[in-house]
Design a protein around this ligand. Structure first.
Ligand SMILES: Cc1ncc(COP(=O)(O)O)c(C=O)c1O
Length: 459
């Protein structure tokens, strides 16, 4: 499991011109970087510093080899440092590093959008590029407003979303989210967001895949909201098909279907936030395909570029796109929205290389085939007394730990111990999330499960 420190230094000297790993980082040298979603003071006491990555593994500055059990933050399903992506990005940077995306363009933006449209569910054919999932969510909110405005229904300004949802960190997405710590310190958020109940039900603990019960009843929250506020005041309903960051909450059977029905009945747009579930994580291209429910708008990011370049996207149905385009005068800008780095050439190059690898290695199918083995392994942890629930679908699984002295304390302890035992995962509070890369072998799944068992047992 361990490699020699000298090997790392040699590798680093050869490959990293800045030789960053030789820079000794004492605590004062770490003060300036305010790390995101991290207890900065705690982390800097004993940093977990990763200096390179390849395939299934991360390598830290102490010579440790760490299996990446969560594909980073669910974003590197092809494994790390893929030559195909590195080469495509370097070639693009040498050819065209940047061109303004407003009123000028480069061919890769169009190529990539077409490639995505071919993969997206039928009827979803238009792609607006952003730089992250958070930007994709806020962009999708603006597109929903603009759609209704274009049709003369500008009074539809409310959004329905869900408790325990995570829709990124921008002001719109935070307002949609249902995670108290992410909202508490940041003011009232945008007005008009109403939350449905989350889909976790204690009676369905340790359910593999979709629970049989509760789906329609929980989805009917949307109808109650529509009837309470007036259906013609609601612009869109935002949901993650599987709530990811709060612990892999798989929707009960019938839930997404019922949301679709209610949206159709009341003219509400259905938005699937597929930032985690998109690109094979559920065993098909998108969760929309796995669950057989097609939304009006989808938000995408993460695996879109295998995380090798920052990028997000909003995929929009013909209905939504055409309404906005048809309402704009000839030659006028249809949507007054965009980012300096929308469709950045390097990100498009990375994305196209990623789509090639998905196809060439048939990776969605591979993810689908590996899912049973992975879920068998994860559910084998049900006997651990500290584990109070396990959930899973496709190559995504979550488990809950009995909380310690305060919420999240035990979760962080487990995360640190796992890192030192050679496993990287995502913890949210006391919930752990596993999302192995699609290139994983069964032996990697065995290692994930073994390390989880050993560390949790020893707590
Ligand atoms: C469902 C969902 N939406 C949006 C986001 C935000 O994406 P980003 O961190 O790229 O802004 C995330 C990130 O985890 C997510 O899981």
């Amino acid at each position: 499991m361990f490699i020699l420190w000298d090997d790392i230094m040699l590798y680093t000297l050869n490959r990293n011109p800045l030789n960053l790993t030789k820079m000794k980082l004492d605590q004062s040298a770490m003060d300036n970087f305010w790390m995101p979603f991290t207890g900065n003071r705690d982390f800097k006491q004993s940093p977990r510093m990763v200096i390179r990555a390849k395939g299934m593994y991360l390598y830290d500055d102490k010579g440790g080899e760490i299996l990446d059990g969560s594909s980073g933050l669910f974003c590197s399903p092809l494994g790390h440092c893929r030559d195909e992506i590195t080469e495509a990005v370097s070639a693009q940077m040498a050819e065209l590093d940047y061109v303004a995306p407003f009123q000028t363009a480069h061919p890769l933006g169009f190529k990539f959008a077409k490639r995505l449209a071919d993969m997206l569910p039928s009827g979803i054919n238009h792609v607006f590029f952003t730089n992250s999932g958070s930007e994709a969510v806020d962009t999708a909110m603006k597109i929903a407003y603009a759609y209704h405005y274009a049709r003369g229904e500008g009074q539809r300004t409310r959004f329905a979303s869900r408790e325990r949802a995570y829709h990124g960190v921008n002001m719109g997405g935070v307002s949609l989210s249902g995670m108290i710590k992410n909202r508490q310190a940041f003011g009232p958020g945008i007005p008009g967001v109403v939350h449905m109940r989350h889909t976790w039900q204690s009676e369905n603990r340790f359910t593999r895949g979709q629970a049989e019960t509760g789906g329609v009843e929980l989805a009917n929250d949307l109808e109650r909201i529509a009837l309470n506020y007036g259906p013609d005041t609601i612009a869109a309903c935002f949901v993650e098909p599987i709530a990811g960051s709060t612990g892999c909450l798989v929707p009960p059977k019938g839930y997404l279907e019922r949301l679709r029905e209610i949206c159709d009945q009341y003219g509400i747009l259905l938005v699937f936030d597929e930032v985690i579930t998109g690109f094979g994580r559920t065993g098909k291209a998108f969760a929309a395909d796995s669950f057989g429910v097609i939304p009006d708008i989808m938000t995408l990011a993460k695996a879109l570029t295998n995380a090798a370049q920052p990028m997000g996207a909003v995929a929009v149905s013909d209905k939504v796109h055409d309404a906005i385009f048809n309402a704009a005068p000839d030659k006028a800008i249809e949507l007054f929205h965009g980012y300096t780095y929308s469709a950045h050439p390097a990100a498009c190059a990375a994305g196209l290389a990623v789509m090639d690898v998905f196809e060439k290695e048939n990776l969605f199918e591979r993810a689908n085939e590996l899912s049973e083995y992975f879920l068998d392994g994860m559910f084998s942890l049900s006997d651990l007394p500290l584990v109070t629930d396990i959930r899973g679908y496709g190559l995504l699984a979550g488990f809950d730990l009995e909380p310690g002295v305060a919420p999240g304390v035990r979760g962080l302890e487990v995360q640190k111990k796992l890192f030192h035992a050679g496993l990287n995962l995502k913890m949210t509070g006391d919930s752990g999330l596993l999302a192995p890369p699609f290139i994983a072998e069964e032996s990697h799944i065995d290692q994930i499960v073994e390390r989880l068992r050993d560390v949790i047992k020893a707590i």
